[in-house]
Design a protein around this ligand. Sequence first.
Ligand SMILES: CC(C)(COP(=O)(O)OP(=O)(O)OC[C@H]1O[C@@H](n2cnc3c(N)ncnc32)[C@H](O)[C@@H]1OP(=O)(O)O)[C@@H](O)C(=O)NCCC(=O)NCCS
Length: 176
Amino acid sequence: MAQSPNELTLREGKPRDIPIVQSFEGLPENQGVVGAWSKEGHLRAMHHADYGYLIVEVDGKPAGFIIIKGVEAKDIICVVRIIIGETGRGRGSKALRALKALCFERWGAHRFWLEAIGGNTRAQRFYEREGLKHEGVFRKHYHLGGEWVDSIIYGMLPEDYEASKKSEQAQVSQAL
Ligand SMILES: CC(C)(COP(=O)(O)OP(=O)(O)OC[C@H]1O[C@@H](n2cnc3c(N)ncnc32)[C@H](O)[C@@H]1OP(=O)(O)O)[C@@H](O)C(=O)NCCC(=O)NCCS
């Protein structure tokens, strides 16, 4: 069946996708904002039963990726890394909404959480808009670009997920 234009999908990442994942990690704007692993590091994580790799595709072409941890038990899911290549086009929202639905609706997760670097205010706005709650700060937790930076913790419980879905539906009906 033909895909509609701008259709965003998530598919499972395989070892052959590692160059794609590394190309997003290597974008100049992502340096010091998100982590990056070697090919061996990605292979180790991909072969670890608790990690999941999701390739974000738009119209069948790679547009970003998400690495999650916690897929063995599926009750507490951590987003280890999310990178969208062309930012500011709503792709991150669509990808995160698809991931939240997978975690809460299919897997019945009890908690969904992630960390953002203190200076990454764009990502922090993004997570708050998507209904994640600011849960705390690990002060000066990572050494990045020659300085110690804070790690900001965001989390979502099933009740937060339900509230975020209601607010998305309200935004859609307001826009109609
Ligand atoms: C954080 C990230 C995943 C968000 O993904 P994204 O695709 O940029 O997210 P969205 O487009 O849905 O929303 C981001 C911004 O675009 C705006 N936007 C959404 N849809 C849009 C559209 N169709 N056209 C223009 N702008 C749009 C949003 O209002 C938002 O604005 P803001 O930055 O002023 O708050 C992405 O920016 C990214 O990969 N950043 C680099 C890596 C990173 O920081 N990862 C997170 C580590 S914790």
